[in-house]
Design a protein around this ligand. Structure first.
Ligand code: NAD
Length: 247
């Protein structure tokens, strides 16, 4: 198994891509702390995962990702319980589609708090708890190449995720910590289910040479690769998993 006894934390692990990453990590022998936004959703996800993987080492955590102290305290639970911290996946995120004229201060704060501060805080706590060696994987997006025609906050946040990833790969590499990002294309999760059918069929699908949306399970395999020794010399990479989407 590729991740035998590795201790991992997956933020946004309660559904969608994060849930699929958690399942893929469990299948490869990892112990996983599933971070959700609320105690109830984190515990519900862990209960569902336990049914499918009765032998798995799992725990639920629910840090406020915008608050470094809260993230530290939650990550400490995994390290204290399992004695190490090997892999942190900073995946929790939200999207935005607002026209720029409709943006308010609250909208800017919301996306910065979760998609940028949340990733920075996850990287910071990971770096503190990992010591020498480890692996951080951030979730970027295909929009970090060319932006998108509305909802500027979302691509802004994912360009920032790429900047954090590339810079920290250079800073933490000397301690043997690899930092990479996965940039999914359109992947069939709740986030995409919320889009109007017209946007999906007329705007998104025609831009995907593979002719279909991605599944969370196939995106998750990129995280397994980046968390495992198969990628031992890969760091500072933004790995696009998007069917060659051109947007
Ligand atoms: P999703 O909406 O299914 O899941 C989002 C996850 O983030 C959930 O687990 C949720 O609990 C968590 N989350 C949301 N708000 C939170 C908060 N305030 N505090 C803590 N956790 C919070 O979406 P998804 O598609 O699985 O998205 C996961 C990541 O993938 C996001 O970073 C998203 O930007 C990125 N992404 C998704 C797609 C796609 O097409 N689905 C494409 C590119 C990038």
């Amino acid at each position: 198994m590729l991740l035998e006894n590795k201790v991992a934390i997956v933020t946004g692990g309660t559904r969608g891509i994060g849930y699929a990453v958690t399942e893929a990590f469990l299948a490869e022998g990892a112990k996983v702390a599933v971070a959700g936004s609320r105690q109830e959703s984190a515990e519900r996800a862990v209960a569902a995962l336990r049914e499918a993987h009765p032998e798995a080492a799992l725990m639920a955590i629910w840090p406020d990702l915008a608050n470094l102290e809260s993230v530290r305290a939650a990550f400490a639970q995994a390290k204290d319980a399992w004695g190490a911290l090997d892999v942190v996946v900073n995946n929790a995120g939200m999207s935005q589609a607002l026209p720029f004229d409709a943006y308010t201060q609250k909208d800017f704060d919301a996306i910065l708090d979760l998609n940028v501060k949340g990733v920075l805080n996850g990287c910071k706590a990971a770096s503190e708890f990992m010591g020498q060696g480890g692996c951080i994987i951030n979730t970027s997006s295909m929009v970090s190449r060319n932006g998108q025609p509305s909802g500027v906050g979302y691509p802004m946040s994912k360009f920032a995720v790429n900047g954090i990833t590339i810079s920290l790969a250079r800073e933490l590499g000397r301690r043997g910590i690899r930092v990479n990002a996965v940039a999914p294309g359109v992947t069939e999760t709740d986030m995409v289910a919320a889009l109007p059918d017209q946007v999906k069929e007329q705007m998104l699908l025609p831009a995907i040479p593979l002719g279909r949306f991605g599944q969370p399970e196939e995106v998750a395999q990129a995280y397994v690769f980046l968390a495992s020794s198969m990628s031992s010399y890969v760091s500072g990479e933004i790995l696009h998993v998007d069917g060659a989407t051109i947007m």
